[in-house]
Write a protein that binds this ligand. Structure first.
Ligand code: DC
Length: 215
């Protein structure tokens, strides 16, 4: 089973993906980490040639262990990830890595779940299940603000909302694999839902699909 889980940042994808992976015994790939690893390399090599060329080179050389380096969740890395993700050649170099994981998941898992922005539309258009989570920009900024505060970062809510808006516009307006729901995705607005409610509704949807397929 391959599950494609897409949506904007802080819509609840990460939490849901981890819970679904445990529930259905699937290998999980957070594809945002791939773009973050490329963004981190571009930031680290600052001053050596153009940003676009450095990003393409970093994408070409990406290794699985690059996703485990510390600091990938930092805001500056996320902002650079969103920039490099708009470069078509960067995305092209990363397609095989993601499809290989989806089709041959590590650790003899029963299948895979990939979360990102273009999994249901570009990476795994034939996924067995496609889910698209959304939430209002205010709710997502509030969640991100709480996460940042819990991690000890000093920031103001208005800044978090502005950064999120900037990232939403870049991720949705780019011409290369923009953030759009697949036509056959199960769409869920999580603005007023708890993590448990989101999980229960998505599991009901997936189990419904599995039983329809089996009958
Ligand atoms: O989900 P995230 O915040 O870790 O993602 C970081 C950036 O990477 C995000 O702004 C857009 C980009 N991204 C993408 O373009 N395609 C994906 N499949 C995953 C992430």
């Amino acid at each position: 089973m391959i599950i494609a889980l897409d949506g904007p940042s802080a819509a609840g994808k990460g939490t849901l993906a981890r819970r679904l992976a445990a529930h259905y015994r699937l290998a999980l790939l957070d594809t945002g980490l791939i773009y973050r690893a490329v963004g981190a390399r571009v930031l680290a090599d600052r001053g050596e040639g153009g940003e676009t060329d450095r990003a393409i080179e970093a994408a070409r050389k990406l290794q699985p262990q690059d996703l485990e380096q510390p600091g990938l969740r930092e805001e500056a890395v996320g902002a650079m990830a969103s920039k490099v993700a708009a470069i078509p050649e960067v995305r092209l170099h990363l397609i095989d890595f993601q499809r290989r994981f989806a089709k041959t998941p590590p650790g003899h898992a029963a299948g895979s779940i990939l979360d990102g922005r273009d999994i249901g539309t570009v990476i795994c258009p034939d996924a067995d299940v496609k889910i698209f989570l959304t939430a209002s920009a205010e709710a997502r900024a509030e969640r991100r603000f709480q996460e940042l505060q819990a991690a000890g970062a000093t920031t103001i809510k208005a800044r978090v909302l502005a950064d999120m808006h900037e990232r939403d516009v870049r991720d949705s307006a780019r011409s290369a694999a923009p953030l759009v729901p697949a036509a056959d995705a199960f769409q869920l607005d999580t603005t007023t839902l708890s993590a448990d409610q989101v999980f229960d509704r998505v599991v009901a949807h997936i189990d419904g699909r599995i039983s329809r397929r089996g009958s």
